[in-house]
Design a protein around this ligand. Structure first.
Ligand SMILES: *[C@@H]1O[C@H](CO)[C@@H](O)[C@H](O)[C@H]1NC(C)=O
Ligand SMILES: *[C@@H]1O[C@H](CO)[C@@H](O)[C@H](O)[C@H]1NC(C)=O
Ligand SMILES: *[C@@H]1O[C@H](CO)[C@@H](O)[C@H](O)[C@H]1NC(C)=O
Ligand SMILES: *[C@@H]1O[C@H](CO)[C@@H](O)[C@H](O)[C@H]1NC(C)=O
Ligand SMILES: *[C@@H]1O[C@H](CO)[C@@H](O)[C@H](O)[C@H]1NC(C)=O
Length: 408
């Protein structure tokens, strides 16, 4: 917000600077003339320029055969700051200024008669080209703020610099998030005029000292596209801004924690069953991954055209994590399988029966069954021993695949 204010300030300063220049010029020219004389020619000039003015017919310059030349508009576009690129809503917001220059022959005067170099006019008082940002997501009537004054020079040359905070749609490609680059376009076009009425002859896109904490600007370009339709040729300007994300934030705050947590998947198998925390560790790992998944999904659009590799990597870690939970459950079950049988059958029997033959039978039973319990426990240990390297391997492998796919 502070940045935004700063930039609108800059535009204001620009306009104020322009105003100062003109006022100074006016004063030096007017010199020591009395106020009444000055007021006189000001009124005359105002009358000459603004009485009987048509705002409907563009100020064409007519040839002898009453054909007219198109009004040649040059558009210099400045982007002062990039407020943000909202991945979720696919919106690109920036503070921009369009400097339109064209010649309006009906707005010229002789500086010998009216010693004024330039005047300032409200855009609604004169004809101005009706330019719109076509891919804006804002209401159209807000695009170009009508209160921004127009500078008219004595030779009829007109400079109008409407500026605003503009939000355009920007189709984002989230595949490589957070190592992504995005290309956003700003399309400027007249609403009604064709090329033979209002023609864009020249355009520039400049980004003076644009700084963004989130993005690097890698490339900008501009191009006038001309197309012919039924009623005549039309044109629109396409400004392109390529942005590359500064990924350090996401690497430190998302990727690194996910990498570490997914490492915990295999640590579960290094825990002995006796410590009793096996299940809670594996479940906590799963929940942590689920939380990170939610975090990432929150900042991504619900776009199914392309899949974010990071989300796929996270999902694969969640699958591993669920597998770890299941395997841990199996090993814990293996560990506790035999002792339960011993308790329920063998230990109770001698107490219920004092018979010597019976007790000798149970001893025999025990010696038969105990190796089986050891077998089950061993099975659990073996599963743990196998799973530890397998899960570590899978973790490393999935990270490598993610790294390779992202780097390509
Ligand atoms: C400027 O105007 C004042 C009074 O109106 C007059 O006294 C003075 O001589 C004028 N200066 C010049 C350079 O004409
Ligand atoms: C404006 O138009 C009226 C009627 O056509 C005419 O009488 C008047 O002189 C015009 N004013 C100027 C300043 O041209
Ligand atoms: C605009 O440019 C064309 C050439 O591109 C020229 O013929 C025409 O006279 C210009 N129009 C004006 C109003 O200067
Ligand atoms: C009109 O005057 C302005 C300011 O003096 C100048 O920048 C511009 O080039 C002039 N335009 C033409 C068409 O001479
Ligand atoms: C519009 O401007 C372009 C570039 O200056 C020029 O090639 C084209 O002929 C112009 N169109 C018309 C109708 O004057």
């Amino acid at each position: 917000m502070a940045k935004l204010l700063l930039n609108t300030d800059r535009i204001l300063i620009l306009i104020v600077l322009l105003t100062d220049v003109i006022v100074v010029q006016g004063q030096t020219q007017e010199g020591n003339e009395s106020n009444s004389v000055r007021n006189n020619f000001q009124m005359e000039l105002t009358q000459k320029l603004f009485t009987n003015r048509s705002l409907v017919v563009p100020p064409y310059s007519y040839n002898a055969d009453s054909s007219f030349n198109p009004i040649n508009v040059s558009i210099d576009t400045f982007i002062f700051s990039i407020s943000g690129l909202d991945l979720r809503h696919q919106q690109f917001t920036f503070v921009g200024l369009f400097v339109l220059r064209y010649t309006d022959p009906s707005l010229s005067w002789d500086t010998a008669v009216y010693p004024v170099d330039a005047i300032f006019v409200k855009p609604e008082d004169i004809w101005t080209p009706d330019l719109f940002v076509m891919n804006s997501v804002m209401p159209f009537d807000q695009l170009v703020k009508k209160q921004m004054m127009v500078v008219v020079y004595a030779n009829g040359s007109v400079t109008w610099s409407p500026g605003d905070t503009i939000t355009t749609t920007c189709y984002v490609d989230i595949q490589l998030f957070p190592f992504d680059s995005q290309t956003c376009t700003v399309i400027v076009s007249p609403w009604v005029y064709f090329e033979h009425q209002v023609n864009c002859t020249d355009t520039v896109l400049s980004l003076p000292e644009v700084q963004s904490a989130e993005w690097d600007i890698t490339e900008t370009s501009h191009r006038i596209k001309r197309s012919s339709g039924e009623n005549g040729k039309s044109w629109h300007i396409v400004y392109t801004v390529k942005l590359r994300r500064k990924w350090l934030f996401y690497a430190l705050n998302v990727l690194l924690p996910v990498l570490l947590v997914s490492g915990l998947n295999s640590v579960v198998f290094a825990l002995p069953v006796q410590c009793g925390e096996k299940m809670s560790v594996s479940l906590t790992t799963f929940l942590t991954l689920a939380v990170f998944m939610t975090l990432i999904q929150d900042s991504l659009p619900s776009n199914s055209d392309t899949v974010c590799y990071l989300a796929v990597y996270l999902a694969s870690q969640m699958v591993l994590s669920v597998a770890a939970v299941v395997v841990s459950a199996v090993t814990v079950a293996c560990h506790h399988r035999q002792p339960k049988e011993e308790n329920s059958t063998q230990n109770i029997r001698p107490m219920s029966s004092a018979d010597a033959t019976d007790s000798s039978a149970t001893v025999a039973d025990r010696s038969e069954v105990k190796p089986e319990a050891v077998d089950w426990q061993r099975l659990g240990v073996v599963i743990d021993r196998i799973c530890f390297p397998v899960f570590t391997g899978l973790s490393v492998l999935s990270f490598l695949i993610y790294g390779i796919v992202t780097a390509l």
